[in-house]
Design a protein around this ligand. Structure first.
Ligand SMILES: C[S@@+](CC[C@H](N)C(=O)[O-])C[C@H]1O[C@@H](n2cnc3c(N)ncnc32)[C@H](O)[C@@H]1O
Length: 256
């Protein structure tokens, strides 16, 4: 049931093999055992909360984050920032890419307590004390204080209504100059491509795929402005938003 696009020259040609350097083995198992049955047997689409299912999901997130993390982490100059909070940062795979790429940056991985609990399954061999972990729920609990908030593959999971709650909270946490880094598959303006965005949309319940314009419109309402966009050519793209000094009356057109 999994459609793999032809690897680019940056990508591993054998991502299905468990021992490949950028293995997608966990992601492929997740798609095969969990996502494809959702497409085929919607009536059985029941969420299970067992550890095995949780670790399988985390493994899937982990393999994609390891594959794309470096490109997302190096997409922008992040030298103005010292402390990032990776909201829904899961196993920390992206966080470690951010600290590797930016020597002045520390990253707090914020995710559900039950996810943080089992993160040790996925710890890298080399210890990095600039990455730390905090358990909590981003709609309800206080978020760690940071000057850069990362939202990688988070926004597509939720409705506009829910996101307005989260973004309003983040906007209040941000002082002027703070950054908000959004990484997603961005739909083109006709909402027809890329095909992997459409395929992923089939397995969504509450969320939706959005174009760069839709993300911009959603976030600008919360006082952050898109400064840079990066098409990484590696599954996930990214936009860096920055909190403005005061709310602007609309923008002067697209920055990309
Ligand atoms: C699609 S995964 C993305 C993981 C990671 N950011 C990445 O790109 O690899 C979504 C993550 O959000 C976390 N999450 C979902 N709801 C959450 C909530 N209410 N509070 C905190 N984290 C949440 C999940 O546990 C999961 O790790």
């Amino acid at each position: 049931g999994l459609i793999l696009e032809k690897p680019t020259d940056k990508q591993d040609a054998y991502p299905h093999l468990k021992d490949s350097p950028e293995t997608l083995h966990g992601y492929i198992l997740q798609c095969n055992d969990m996502v494809w049955p959702l497409f085929s047997h919607l009536e059985n689409a029941v969420r299970e909360g067992t550890n095995e299912v949780k670790i399988r999901f985390m493994d899937a997130m982990h393999s994609i984050a390891r594959l794309t993390g470096k490109d997302v982490a190096t997409a922008f100059d992040l030298s103005p920032y010292n402390m990032a909070c990776d909201n829904g940062g899961c196993t920390g795979a992206m966080a470690y890419e951010f600290t590797k790429a930016h020597p002045g940056l520390s990253v707090i991985v914020f995710d559900l307590p039950q996810v943080i609990e089992v993160r040790r399954h996925f710890q890298p061999k080399e210890n990095d004390d600039r990455v730390s972990f905090v358990g909590g729920r981003f709609f309800k609990d206080d978020l760690p204080k940071a000057d850069l908030y990362i939202l990688a593959r988070i926004l597509h999971d939720w409705s506009d209504e829910k996101l307005n709650v989260l973004l309003s909270k983040l906007s209040k946490m941000c002082t002027p100059g703070c950054g908000l880094l959004v990484s997603e598959i961005f739909l083109d303006e006709e909402r027809k491509r890329p095909s992997r965005a459409l395929l992923q949309a089939l397995s969504m319940t509450e969320g939706k795929q959005r174009s760069t314009t839709e993300y911009r419109d959603l976030l600008e309402k919360h006082g952050v402005t898109p400064k840079h966009i990066k098409h990484t050519d590696n599954l996930l793209d990214a936009i860096l938003f920055v909190k403005e000094k005061k709310k602007r009356e609309g923008t002067c057109g697209q920055v990309w």
